[in-house]
Ligand binder design. Structure first.
Ligand SMILES: Nc1ncnc2c1ncn2[C@@H]1O[C@H](COP(=O)(O)OP(=O)(O)OP(=O)(O)O)[C@@H](O)[C@H]1O
Ligand SMILES: CC(C)(CO)[C@@H](O)C(=O)[O-]
Ligand code: BAL
Length: 293
């Protein structure tokens, strides 16, 4: 496995791979502190690509003032062993100065899809994501790029950017990997103390209960689903709700409270963001109202 820190060196390594016919390039952008959620993306990329590239870069421009850019968990040595164990060919580990030698005057911005959910709570966040992902795509020129559905809005936004800008890459959304008790894996889980970690189970449980309620016909409208999610999460004393939403996916069109869910043709996403102490966690689940109809 090669560890590369500069754009020039990465470009020349990938050009060598292309000229010697190493097959498609699969790319997994990450912010490091790798876990089995990232691992699942790497494993899929390993199956589908000749060269697997992982980037590890905590991107300052997607963090707002007062967010956790400085304290975001980092462990380079552990990440390198993890990537190696997953059969990754190249880890790209640029410095902030390598990616942004001067403050960027150019930003890539996707409208509408970024004005709600995490975009509403984290103004400018998605501009930071789409700008860095665009830069990374231009550097790596991947055939496939792998993104986790834990960040479902990010998947929707990046797919929109790829369509709108005719980027020559196929986005591969990957399922959420969870702990045995249901908590979605996230680098930020390391911030949780024991009590917060226990109460954070309310996220996956409330989502699953809501989907069960929809399947059984107990929850029939979007309003009932919102109410059920909010009331279930509020029972955890440490939970501070940022949003509980129900929308169509991937266009992220909000569903009015009185809408009967069985009339909706598209996939539905139930999405949550909840703070436990200083730690903001997100989770979501997809539901197909017409499945099996
Ligand atoms: N539990 C998971 N299952 C599947 N994919 C995941 C999971 N967690 C993260 N990913 C994906 O890994 C990629 C890199 O994410 P990132 O490095 O931000 O990790 P993270 O655990 O989401 O960190 P944090 O939530 O603290 O920002 C993203 O595409 C993200 O959706
Ligand atoms: C895609 C990404 C690596 C861009 O910094 C980040 O938003 C993430 O880890 O999901
Ligand atoms: N996985 C999303 C990156 C962030 O929270 O900034």
């Amino acid at each position: 496995m090669k560890v590369i820190r500069t754009i020039d060196e990465l470009r020349s390594e990938l050009a060598d791979g292309r000229s010697s016919g190493r097959g498609p390039v699969g790319f997994i952008p990450t912010m490091g502190y790798l876990h089995e959620g990232h691992g699942s993306l790497m494993e899929l990329a390993r199956k589908q690509s000749g060269t697997v590239v992982v980037s590890i870069f905590v991107n300052p421009i997607q963090f707002g003032p007062g967010e956790d850019f400085e304290t975001y968990p980092r462990d380079e040595q552990r990440d390198l062993s993890f990537a190696k164990s997953k059969g990754v060919d190249i880890v790209f580990l640029p410095s902030v100065n390598e990616m942004y030698p001067q403050p960027t005057k150019t930003k890539v911005s996707v409208s509408e899809l970024t004005s709600l959910l995490c975009g509403a709570s984290r103004p400018g966040h998605f501009d930071g994501v789409t700008t860095v992902v665009n830069k990374l795509f231009n550097i790596v020129k991947p055939d496939f790029a792998y993104f986790g559905m834990k960040d479902a809005q990010q998947v929707a936004v990046i797919e929109q950017m790829v369509r709108d800008l005719n980027l020559d890459v196929k986005i591969v959304p990957c399922p959420i990997v969870r702990e045995a008790d249901g908590l979605a894996l996230s680098s930020r889980n390391v911030y949780l103390n024991d009590e917060e970690r226990m109460q954070a189970l309310v996220l996956s449980k409330s989502l699953q209960d809501a989907v069960d309620g929809m399947h059984k016909g107990i929850l029939t409208t979007a309003g009932e689903v919102r109410e059920q999610l909010t009331s279930a999460i509020s029972k955890a004393p440490l939970a501070d709700i940022d949003y509980t939403e129900i929308l169509q996916f991937p266009d992220l069109v909000s569903i009015p409270d009185d809408a009967e869910l069985e009339t909706i043709e598209n996939a539905i996403i139930l999405a949550l963001a909840v703070k436990f102490g200083e730690t903001r966690l997100i989770d979501n689940i997809l539901f197909q109202p017409k499945a099996g109809a």
